[in-house]
Design a protein around this ligand. Structure first.
Ligand code: FES
Length: 179
């Protein structure tokens, strides 16, 4: 259920844009922040707040990989598989992560800790291969690094280390003015 407070934040956002539909993406983030992924309630709340149809909002929510269609793991690992990362062995990286986590891309571990996904260009081609965990980017990733990262995240999720790569409420400013 999307809270009234979240709905008001969406309406406030829509009012700040010259064209209300420009608020669809940050509003979807608010919906995802509320429920962990994009539910039908979330789609409806965004549609009502900014004056679009649910189908309009859903077409955006299903286009971008940062909007989740089901509850993701605590750590969402996205491996870039676009050209620069492909040329720098991202396929081996995906395979290594699949082996370490015991899941295939697109799946979540049974304990709900990790979701593994592939993604289109993460805009860091000069430091390929690149992966993203929640809102944090990791560059020049080697197989050894990926092993060490999984170890680190597992310790963190067991409460033995302070977190890194925690999801922030919004990965970019929701303000059209950047303020
Ligand atoms: S191709 Fe991977 S970051 Fe651009």
């Amino acid at each position: 259920m999307i809270s009234e407070q979240a709905k008001q934040r969406m309406r406030d956002l829509a009012a700040r844009y010259p064209v209300a539909r420009s608020a669809v993406m940050p509003s979807l983030y608010i919906a995802q922040q509320e429920e962990g992924y994009i539910t039908h309630d979330g789609l409806r709340a965004v549609a009502e707040a900014i004056g679009l149809t649910v189908d309009d909002v859903e077409s955006v929510a299903t286009f971008y990989t940062m909007y989740y269609q089901q509850q993701p793991g605590k750590k969402v690992i996205k491996v870039c598989t676009s050209i620069s990362c492909y040329l720098r062995n991202c396929d081996a990286l995906v395979t290594r992560l699949e082996e370490r986590l015991g899941i295939k891309r697109g799946e979540t571990t049974a304990d709900g800790n990790f979701t593994l996904m592939t993604a289109e260009c993460l805009a860091s081609c000069g430091t390929a291969p690149v992966l993203q965990v929640n809102d944090e980017f990791v560059e020049n990733v080697t197989l050894e690094m990926s092993d060490a990262l999984i170890d680190e995240w597992e310790r963190e999720l067991r409460g033995q280390e302070p977190g890194r790569g925690q999801a922030s409420p919004l990965p970019y400013t929701a303000s059209p003015t950047g303020s």
